[in-house]
Ligand binder design. Structure first.
Ligand SMILES: [Zn+2]
Length: 277
């Protein structure tokens, strides 16, 4: 098979064959007229070998009927000091598909980030992605705290990796949330290592959203049982997750937790679309 055929084949495998029944359930569960918005996806290359192109993302979205995606760099081997190279790749993807993508840039709080922060802000990026594990920082490190302050000042939403391999989320992040209640934060992977603690700490802060990508079903269930669904947004984490599987996990967990169908448009789209109309 050539790569094009191979790619189509692997995309089809997510919605056909053994997956057909699951995909059918997902499609009948998505309320009519809802334009699904993916709050967590990557374009570029990662040190672990994963890659995703703008065209690959477009194909995946078209196949699953997803209309918009927040996209940002991976942990790119070409990040150099400031992620300017991967951020440029992101911006090019956005210019190619401005209706599909909401571009976030990525930074390393350990490095000189001021120039790149200003450059990306001036360029028109819509948000910032931070990954405490990949960039080896704590959410209460002074340089990270300062960066959160700059984002709050610039009214720039921040998506934080708050999932796999994280040790501390709520305790180091809470002071920042209390100091900048206007700062819009997306907890990537729904703070899955401490979901309940995060729900308790952040439920009174309406500008903190919990994003559902690649979270285990049990944690998703706990999330939907304990948090106002208006604070939960669907995400895929492409290329680590895929759209059909993550849509299924989110919808099945919401269903099992007894979330009313009337909340699904918000979870799949409206809750995050408010920030990026
Ligand atoms: Zn991710």
């Amino acid at each position: 098979m050539d790569t094009e055929t191979e790619r189509k084949h692997s995309l089809d495998a997510l919605t056909n064959g053994a997956m057909a029944g699951i995909w059918e359930w997902v499609q009948q569960k998505i309320p009519v007229g809802v334009e699904v918005f993916d709050a967590h996806a990557h374009i570029g290359a990662d040190v672990d070998g994963r890659t995703m192109t703008a065209g690959g993302m477009r194909d995946r979205m078209a196949q699953a009927g997803v209309s918009r995606s927040i996209v940002f760099p991976l942990n790119d081997p070409n990040a150099r000091d400031d992620f300017s190279g991967p951020n440029d790749v992101l911006w090019n993807a956005y210019e190619e598909y401005p209706d599909l993508f909401v571009p976030f840039f990525r930074l390393n709080p350990h490095r000189d980030y001021e120039k790149e922060f200003e450059r990306c802000l001036d360029r028109g990026f819509k948000g910032l992605k931070l990954h405490p594990v990949s960039q080896a920082f704590e959410l209460d490190d002074p340089e990270a705290v300062r960066l959160f302050g700059m984002a709050a000042e610039a009214d720039l939403p921040v998506l934080i990796h708050a999932g796999f391999a994280m040790q501390r989320i709520v305790e180091p992040l809470l002071p920042t949330v209390e100091r900048h209640p206007e700062l819009r934060l997306i907890l990537g992977h729904a703070a899955m290592v401490e979901v309940l603690e995060a729900v308790r700490a952040f439920e009174i802060h309406p500008n903190v959203l919990f994003e559902t990508s690649v979270v285990g079903l049990r944690d998703l269930y706990v999330l939907f049982r304990t948090l106002d669904p208006a604070r939960i947004s669907y995400g895929s984490d492409i290329p680590y997750g895929d759209l059909p599987s993550t849509l299924y996990a989110t919808l099945a967990a919401a269903d099992a937790a007894g979330v009313p169908d009337g909340e699904l448009p918000g979870i799949l789209s409206g809750n995050i679309r408010r920030w990026f109309p």
